[in-house]
Design a protein around this ligand. Sequence first.
Ligand SMILES: Cc1cc2nc3c(=O)[nH]c(=O)nc-3n(C[C@H](O)[C@H](O)[C@H](O)COP(=O)(O)OP(=O)(O)OC[C@H]3O[C@@H](n4cnc5c(N)ncnc54)[C@H](O)[C@@H]3O)c2cc1C
Length: 399
Amino acid sequence: MAERIAIVGASLAGMHAAHTLRREGFDGQLTVIDADPHTPYDRPPLSKQVLAGEWDPERITLPAAHEDLDIDWRLGRAASALDVGARRLSLADGTAVSFDGCVVATGAAPRRLPGQPELAGIHLLRTLDDCLAIRADLDAGPSRVVVIGAGFIGAEVAATCRHRGLPVTLVEVAQVPLERALGREIGQVCADLHRDQGVDMRLGTAVEAFLGDRRLEGVVLSDGSVVDTEVAVVGVGVTPNTVWLEGSGLRLDDGVVCDETLLAAPGVVAAGDIARWPSRRFGELLRVEHWENAVQQGEAAARRLLVNDEAAEGFDPIPWFWSDQYDRKIQLAGRSSADHAVEVVHGSLGEKRFVALYGRDGVVTGVLGFNRPRHVMQLRQLVADAVPWAEAVERARQL
Ligand SMILES: Cc1cc2nc3c(=O)[nH]c(=O)nc-3n(C[C@H](O)[C@H](O)[C@H](O)COP(=O)(O)OP(=O)(O)OC[C@H]3O[C@@H](n4cnc5c(N)ncnc54)[C@H](O)[C@@H]3O)c2cc1C
């Protein structure tokens, strides 16, 4: 039985792991390490209510941070190395933490554009400090905000800026937003959603350069146009935070590769945005960058540390996420991509209020809803049961 457990990453997955360990009766030494100095917080409001100026940062503290979990906190300190054999973590401040069990939950970090300069006014968005820096720039009333990347984070930032009454240009290199994740047809709906709200959409367009000396003055696009702006937010995807694990012996390949029980090495589990594990359900290695996955995986990884190999259970739920943009709640249960079949089973794309199924290899794999939360929840079961495609479409239409 583990007597000392260390959690690296005090965010959603890590704090749910901490809560679960105590709830399941772990009464040994629990150390929680995070490079971020803030009390652990939730990230979705960073592109929504906190960025909008509607919520104070205190409101997004994770509930587990308020609980009496008897934690040895090491906040504001990065882990710099993991020695799997010696079961020891090295911290950037020169200290070390020995453990019997370790939860690796260091999440992911936003990508930068190639050659992105260090100019005031150019932002990434992942942390509370990132959010407050953008918010301060928005409070100053910029002439325009340029959002680069129309993925979920970029789209939400654009929506929040419009909500604040600011002119927005949204630059996306693909022909439509979310083309790889949702396909061309649904991506077009996302583009229309922003256009309807007055966003200047620049699709199929890349950023060539940023103008300005110390402060951003403009963005040069691949079509030769220049957009004058003092604020740009770059949202071009994330990379799992694995650099500190190089040389640890863990298998690193677009995340920490685990077995189906989330074990990455004896005594070491991974959870959240950093974990890549084999899903039997979908027949592939998955790494999921969504809130609910981090919650469920943090809990499952914690339980994994408390049982032996025989009692370990596989982790294989249906991924689920939501995104709030303007008055639309977009939800996806399961898997989707541009190479999946897609069928609208309720509502209409034109009204941007609909339910669509995604399928691959003759079975339904995902259900997407625009302002249809009840349908998404009900049709999730079709994905759970891997219902054949034609039958799934028919059953969904009858709902
Ligand atoms: C702005 C924003 C909005 C989002 N909105 C939604 C949404 O609407 N719906 C949805 O489903 N998902 C959303 N997400 C995604 C969701 O928040 C993430 O999936 C979730 O935060 C992942 O949790 P995690 O604990 O795995 O990793 P993270 O939240 O990334 O946390 C990792 C932690 O590890 C720490 N860390 C990293 N490296 C080290 C190191 N070497 N040493 C010590 N600590 C380290 C970091 O400081 C961080 O606190 C959003 C994310 C962002 C950024």
